[in-house]
Design a protein around this ligand. Sequence first.
Ligand code: AMO
Length: 428
Amino acid sequence: MNRTFIKVAQTNVPVKIEGFLERIRNTRNMAFLVVRDRSGALQATIKKEQHPDWTEVLDHLTLESVVSLEGTIQENPQVKLGGRELIPTRLEPLSLAAALPLSKDANIDTRLDYRWIDLRAEKERLIFEVQTCLVSAMRTFLVERDFLEIHTPKLIAAASESGADVFEVDYFDQKAYLAQSPQFYKQMAMASGFERIFETGPVFRAEKSYTNRHTTEFTGFDLEFSYIESFHDVMQLEAELLTYALSQVQTRYGEAITRLYGKEVVVPKLPFPVIALPELYRELEQRYGYYLPESERGDTTTEAEQLSYRFSMEEFGHEFLLITDFAAQKRAFYHMRKEGVPQGYDLVWRGVEITTGAQREHRYDVLCQQANERGLGEDVRFYTEFFRYGCPPHGGFGLGVDRLTMLLLGIGIKEAMFLFRSPNRLTP
Ligand code: AMO
């Protein structure tokens, strides 16, 4: 017999139900088992006198064991769980569980040690249902606009973002690095005339940060497109993309997110507000008495990002804020500059940076000069070569999928990821 999901199982016909045992009540005459699969939970009611040969099995069942049951579902208003129960004619344990190592109030680090058990809860699974919806909506949006999905190598010859935060690996008789971004190769696709590409994949950062938004390996959603007039085209595309993805999430999971996480999914209005960094700092000083430390000039700080959420809500009634006009020495060498100002932005949502984007420097001589200023000339020669034989003007952005998910649900990054990685966590 084929297995049926609990949610769609019909009454009064033979069915096969398989799942984890969520509750067990085994009395002298009756046994009540609550079985849970991905779609829901169902009580199985067993009159023991009808199955004298099941006594042994029933006595050995443990919580979270996996069982297979066949029988008929009947309506019974007295059953609290959905007003129906399964009357089984067959019971087979598929996998007996040892005593559970996780209590209900375990802290997040203990839960991560046993992540596979932690993930059995509906609340945890919702994270990945929501993430699937987000990423597939973004993919649909881009494919409909003729973007190609590419997959670039993660073993590379040079650091793209900053030499300090890169993982070095032995690569036969030379050194390789784990990609900190698909940056170089998404730009190569522009030199290949692909015009519009995106990629979602792993991104590695050797950062010793212990915050609720940093990890050493995360999932990036990156895109790049050609023939832009300025980075404003990039900001606009990102705003439209996120608005579309969040509207899909709201429709499909808005209620579940509010029920399980107490968060409202707000579909943002277009266009997103934009502010130049110096002006943002003026506002934060005047409104909240926040003064930026001298050493941080030209960049944002965690505190400034948090306050910018308050500012954006008060000033624009908007959860998102695009920040422009960073200082050149704080930005990547490949950003195009106009009068010394990098032609890029950060996008902050609910007080946390989720994206960096920019128009890129596609003029070979200028790019080489900007790389040389950072002492990168030789290391990135394979990359600068991409721009020697003709390359259209282009731009793009990199979006952190884990940060997006975490902010949507109001949780930390450890919980938002399927498996979190940090300087002191490599398992499970
Ligand atoms: P950036 O370094 O800002 O830009 O990274 C892009 C986005 O990736 C996410 N992110 C992280 N998420 C979790 N843990 C981390 N340690 C971490 N570091 C970054 C953030 C961030 O906004 N090549 C450029 C992008 C581009 O210009 O296209 C880049 O990598 O959400």
